[in-house]
Write a protein of this length. Structure first.
Length: 285
C-alpha cells in the first residue's frame, strides 16, 4: 500500500512520492486515489532501486529524469545542470523587455544546458528566434530533445562551441544575449555538498581563463562572465542587451565588468528570494 511504501523508504514524503511517480509512471493524484491498492512487484523493485540511489545522494531530478522550470518539465541528464528556480528571473526580465509586436526578436542563450532558458523564451515569446549554444555536445543533445518535446524546435538553432566561438559560422547580431554561465569559485565548499556533487563541474565552475582578462583560473568564479561581457558588443545589435546570472555575492564585481565593457544602463536584479542574482546592460543605440 502507498503509505507503507512511502514511509518505509525513510525519505522525505515529497521525495519518495516523486520517485514513486517516476517508478510507476502514474501521477501523484492517481497514486493517492488508489492508495489502498497493492503496488505491483516490479514497481516496488524499481522504486527500491531509486530510493537506494537517492540515499547515496543522487539528485531527484537525475533519478526521475526531469525538473520543472517556468511551469514546464525539462528533461535532464548528468550532462546538464538541473534547472534552478532562481534562473526564472532571467525569463521574467526578457519577457518584460520584449516588444509585443513588430520585428522578430533574435536572442541567444549561451551555455544552454537542458535548454531551459532558450526554450522557455521561445515558448513565452512566440515571435522570438533563439540560438542556443553549449560547449558540451551531450548537453546540447538534451536541449534539442527538450525543444522537440516542448514544441519549440521551429524557433531554435543549436551550435556547439565555447561561448561566442559557437557563433563563428553565423553573421547575425542579436537583440539580446542571455546566459547562466558557470560562476561557482573552484574552491567553494558547496561544490562538495548536496546535488552539486553530482552535477557537471564544467556547468558549475569556470574552467578557463577569461578572454582578455588577467583573472586566475577559478579564483573568484568570474572568468566566464568576464569573457561574456568582454565580447558581447561584437554580437549585439545597437540597443541590444546582455543579461547574465551570477552568484549572490558577485553582483558588485559583475556590474564593474559590465561598465568596463562599455555597456550602458547597467543594473543589478534580485531574484524571488530577494538575493542579488543577475545583471543587465545595453549596447548604446
Ligand atoms: C550553470 S550551467 C546553466 C545551464 C542552463 N542554462 C540552466 O540555466 O540551467 C552552465 C552551462 O554552460 C556550459 N558551459 C560551460 N563552459 C562553457 C563554455 N566555455 N562555452 C559554452 N558553454 C559552456 C555548461 O556546459 C552548462 O551547460
Amino acid at each position: 500500500m502507498l503509505n507503507d511504501l512511502l514511509g518505509a523508504s525513510e525519505l522525505p514524503r515529497r521525495e519518495a512520492m516523486a520517485l514513486l511517480e517516476a517508478a510507476s509512471g502514474k501521477a501523484r493524484e492517481a497514486l493517492i486515489a488508489h492508495g489502498l491498492d497493492p503496488v505491483p512487484r516490479e514497481v516496488r523493485a524499481l522504486f527500491a532501486r531509486m530510493v537506494a540511489q537517492r540515499k547515496l545522494g543522487i539528485p531527484i531530478a537525475y533519478l526521475t529524469g526531469f525538473r520543472e522550470f517556468y511551469g514546464r518539465p525539462f528533461w535532464v541528464s548528468p550532462a546538464t545542470l538541473i534547472p534552478r528556480m532562481e534562473t526564472e528571473l532571467l525569463i521574467d526580465t526578457v519577457i518584460a523587455l520584449a516588444p509585443t509586436a513588430g520585428r522578430p526578436l533574435r536572442l541567444a542563450d549561451l551555455g544552454t544546458g537542458s535548454g531551459c532558458i532558450g526554450i522557455t523564451l521561445a515558448l513565452e515569446i512566440r515571435s522570438a528566434e533563439i540560438t542556443a549554444t553549449d560547449q558540451s555536445a551531450a548537453a546540447l543533445q538534451v536541449a534539442r530533445n527538450n525543444a522537440a518535446r516542448l514544441d519549440a524546435a521551429s524557433q531554435m538553432r543549436f551550435h556547439q562551441g565555447s561561448w561566442f566561438d559557437a557563433l563563428r559560422h553565423t553573421s547575425q547580431k542579436f537583440h539580446g544575449l542571455i546566459s547562466n554561465p558557470p560562476y561557482v569559485a573552484a574552491n567553494d565548499p558547496h561544490l562538495s555538498q548536496g546535488d552539486l556533487r553530482f552535477e557537471p563541474k564544467t556547468a558549475l565552475s569556470p574552467s578557463a581563463m577569461a578572454k582578455g582578462e588577467a583573472i586566475a583560473i577559478g579564483s573568484d568564479g568570474l572568468a566566464d562572465i568576464a569573457t561574456l561581457t568582454h565580447e558581447a558588443h561584437y554580437w549585439l545589435e545597437p540597443g541590444g542587451f546582455l543579461l547574465v546570472e551570477h552568484g549572490s555575492e558577485q553582483q558588485t564585481a559583475v556590474i564593474a565588468l559590465f561598465h568596463k565593457a562599455g555597456l550602458a544602463r547597467v543594473r543589478g536584479l534580485t531574484d524571488s528570494q530577494s538575493q542579488p542574482r543577475a545583471v543587465i546592460g545595453f549596447l548604446a543605440s
